[in-house]
Structure formats: C-alpha cells, structure tokens
Design a protein around this ligand. Structure first.
Ligand code: SAH
Ligand code: SF4
Length: 370
C-alpha cells in the first residue's frame, strides 16, 4: 500500500521511516522538504540518500488535494474548491490582511451538527476529512501563494479551523494536522495563531486542552438553552452550563488567556439588549475570561433568516463592552465569491438525515422571549 506522507505529523513520519529502517533525522529532513519547501517529488530531495529516495518511490507519495476551482474576491480573498472524491468537495479560504494572512480550513465534507444559520449545516454530512486532506489545504495554499507572490517567506501566518465541518467531531484526524502546523520543521505556527472553532463538543474540548492546546473559539450564538437548542442542535447534548464549565477548564491549558466566543447576529432572533445582558451573566457567573466576536449573519437562500442591522450589532457590542468584555465585529470578507463565514457549501453528498432534521426544525418558532 502506498502511504500518503501528508497524513503524518513528524512523530508519525518518524515511525513510518523507522519501519523503513531509517533514523528519525531522516524523517525530519523529509518533513521539511514536504512542508517547508512544498516538494512532492522524492527525486528532488537531494540530501536524502539515493537508496531512501528509491525506497520511498515504491511505498509512499505526497498526495495533495486537487483544486476544482479558484475564485478571487475584489478584496483579495481567495477561495478554492477541492475535490475530495465521490462527488464531494470542500472549500478553503485565504484572507489577506495588512499584518497577517489567514487560512480558513475545512475539517469535514459537510457537517452533522446542522446549525440553522449555516450553509454547510444545511448541506448535511458526508464524511470526515483525513489528516492529509486537512493538511493539504494548508500545503497547497501556502506553496501556491508563495509562487504567486514570488516569495520564499511564509505567506500564511494564521490558520482557523472555521471552514466546513465541526473539527472536534473529527478529532483523530485533526490533531496530527494541528501538530504539523505547529511543528518548527513544518509550518512553525505559534499556538496562538492556530484556532480551532467548535460548536461545543464538550468532551473533545477537554481532550484538545490536554493533547494540543491551540487557541479556542466557541460558537455560542445564544445565551439560553431554549434558544441555543434551536440554533445549534448540539446544545441539546451539551447544554450551556456544561459548555461554560468546559471553557473554564480549557483556559488552564489555552495559549491565550481567553476564549473567543463567536456570535452570529440574527435579526430579531438573538440580537436584542436582553440577549447581551444574559450573555454577560452567563460568562461572568462561570468565570470564563473571554472576548466576543460578533459575526453579522451571511445570508444564503435556504436559511429564512436575516442579518441584524448595523445599528443592532453596534448597540449589542456596546452592551458587552460596557461590561468590560472586549468585543469585535467581524468584517465580512469575500462575500462576493460566497467565501464569507457560513457561506461555504462545497458540494456534499448527504449521508445522514441532517437535511430532513433541519426541515423539521423549521416548524419551531425561532423568536424566544427571555
Ligand atoms: N463548526 C465550527 C467551525 C466552522 S463554522 C463551528 O461551528 O464553530 C465557523 C463560524 O462561522 C462559526 O462561528 C459559525 O457559527 C459561523 N457561521 C456559520 N454560518 C454562518 C452564517 N451564515 N453567517 C455568519 N457566520 C456563520
Ligand atoms: Fe457545522 Fe459549524 Fe456550520 Fe454548525 S456552524 S453546521 S457546527 S459548520
């Protein structure tokens, strides 16, 4: 069987090399060729012994995802659609800013959580991506952009696991990919610059804190269980009390001394002053030090929801700020190419009942009085 070397973090590659009778430092060299120089062809790796290169040719490959399409936004945002086989495709978005380049990476083809306001959720779930499929989004984007910008310097400084999918429902593939991102022989990103965003898979938040503590963003979207049950169905399994306790536990490991709460602003649903006050209560009563990132809802046809007005977002932010909570409003980037948060739909062959579940949920009225 041919191994895909993009499936390994450095420890995994070292084990693979040992099986070929090679020392760990050979794995380090190989890892650097692949991730730092973007090499795919073993013949190019001239500081490896010819015998090893020949051996690798027979049992290994560096197999990256192939892009089906690329869209460039007027604001510099780039979106790639990658083929992951059997009619599925996932999306990856590069967001350039003055002081950083952020890559938004997908972890699954579709998503089984089925959040009401999310285009990926509406697509249903097909399958988990492998480590190699997660990592090759970074591998491809980094090396393509270096060539495009004619630089040997790093282009991507930040990775956010905020593309399609719930990363903590694909834990075993996620962690080696994160480790390769952090590895000095890989992409050398600091833990503060790699963010896992989760809708709140409580047990896996604990494991991530132990195994690979990177920056954590939690998609909150509601201050009370009745409303959150409705927006983020996973809340029925891991309600807010449990989620807050898990956030607090994570802080003991986190590379930053706060959790980022993401909050998608939905007109008339979760955007009133009472909601902001209830959020303050929630986070303060659990002693979770946090920042809020308000995301103006990016509409898509099937959602039946609308974006809060700018005035409502501003007023909401002011309530949080006046309670001493740092609050930012996410700038919408790449919406002209459907690359903004929640617009990533890729192409998913649903293998679950997510679509029918969402259709059923739609009969529940969304507006809740606190
Ligand atoms: N599954 C993970 C990560 C992917 S979603 C999670 O839910 O956190 C990344 C972010 O985009 C989440 O905060 C999600 O709530 C937000 N999002 C989803 N749909 C959106 C939409 N239509 N408009 C704005 N933000 C959205
Ligand atoms: Fe899945 Fe996140 Fe979308 Fe919810 S918001 S459906 S968890 S990708």
């Amino acid at each position: 069987m041919t191994a895909n070397l993009l499936d390994f973090d450095l420890d995994g590659l070292a084990v693979f090399c040992e099986q070929l009778g090679e020392k760990r430092f050979r794995a380090t060299q190989l890892f650097r060729w692949i991730h730092q120089r973007g090499a795919q062809d073993f013949a190019q790796m001239t500081d490896l012994a010819k015998s090893l290169r020949d051996k690798l040719k027979t049992c290994a490959e560096v197999k990256a995802l192939t892009p089906i399409s690329r869209h460039d936004s007027a604001d510099g945002t780039i979106k790639w659609l990658f083929d992951v086989g059997e009619g599925n495709a996932v999306e990856t978005v590069f967001i350039p800013e003055d002081d950083r380049g952020t890559l938004c990476v997908s972890s699954q083809a579709g998503c089984a959580v089925g959040c009401r306001f999310c285009s990926t959720g509406h697509q249903g779930f097909s399958r988990n991506l492998s480590t190699g499929e997660i990592l090759s989004q970074l591998w491809f984007a980094e090396h393509t952009l270096r060539q495009q910008f004619k630089t040997t310097e790093r282009v991507i400084s930040n990775v956010v696991m905020m593309g399609m999918g719930e990363p903590l429902q694909n834990y075993s593939a996620l962690v080696p990919a994160l480790r390769a991102m952090l590895d000095d022989h890989g992409y050398g990103l600091s833990r503060r610059r790699v963010t896992v965003s989760t809708s709140g898979v409580v047990p896996m938040m604990d494991r991530l804190g132990e195994d690979c503590p990177v920056a954590l963003a939690v998609s909150l979207h509601a201050p009370i269980d009745t409303l959150r049950d409705n927006l983020v169905p996973l809340n029925r399994k891991y309600p807010l009390q449990e989620l807050m306790q898990a956030c607090r536990r994570y802080l003991a490991h986190a590379p930053r001394d706060f959790i980022t709460f993401e909050y998608c602003m939905l007109d008339g649903v979760n955007d009133q002053a009472e909601h902001a006050l209830a959020l303050i209560d929630l986070v303060k009563s659990h002693g979770v030090s946090c920042k809020f990132n308000l995301i103006p809802f990016n509409p898509f046809p099937a959602s039946g929801l609308t974006r809060s007005s700018n005035a409502a977002v501003k007023a909401f932010a002011e309530v949080l700020v006046s309670a001493g909570i740092v609050t930012t409003v996410r700038k919408t980037r790449g919406d002209d190419i459907d690359a903004a948060c929640g617009q990533l739909a890729g192409d998913v062959k649903d293998r679950t009942d997510v679509q029918s579940r969402i259709a059923k949920q739609r009969v529940i009225p969304l507006t809740q009085v606190l």
